[in-house]
Design a protein around this ligand. Structure first.
Ligand code: CU
Length: 126
């Protein structure tokens, strides 16, 4: 009798595991980001530039003075950000890494990726 109960439990566990495994395979393993998720997080005084597919998005970003810009590397390679005028420099910006810089004075700040110099962007501070 005891043995039968154990077998029933084993079968139930197996069915549950197979059910979840099937759902997992069917839906894929990567969690999806819901559409319309705001890119800006925190105080609202920060702006986000995403690095993906070897480009900066947005390529040009207009902000007001005192805003912190955060670059997030969504690619699988290192993208060190360098300001044309040497105003800021991220150093190695590895996959998944972020770099933040606070823009305290007005002006136009062009930058590029030192590994892939064709990757350029601009921060316009008003
Ligand atoms: Cu790069």
């Amino acid at each position: 009798m005891q043995k039968n109960i154990i077998w029933v439990i084993v079968v139930i566990v197996a069915v549950v595991v197979i059910y979840y495994a099937y759902g997992f395979l069917k839906n894929g393993s990567l969690p999806e980001t819901p559409a319309g998720t705001p890119l800006t997080t925190g105080s609202g005084n920060a702006s986000e530039v995403l690095i993906s597919n070897f480009s900066f998005e947005p390529k040009e970003l207009t902000i007001s003075r005192g805003t912190t810009v955060r670059w997030t590397n969504r690619d699988n390679v290192n993208h060190p950000i360098v300001s044309d005028e040497g105003v800021f420099q991220s150093g190695a910006l590895m996959p998944g890494g972020t770099f933040e810089f606070a823009f305290d004075s007005a002006g136009e700040f062009s930058y590029y990726c030192s590994v892939h110099p064709w990757m350029t962007g601009k921060i316009i501070v008003e």
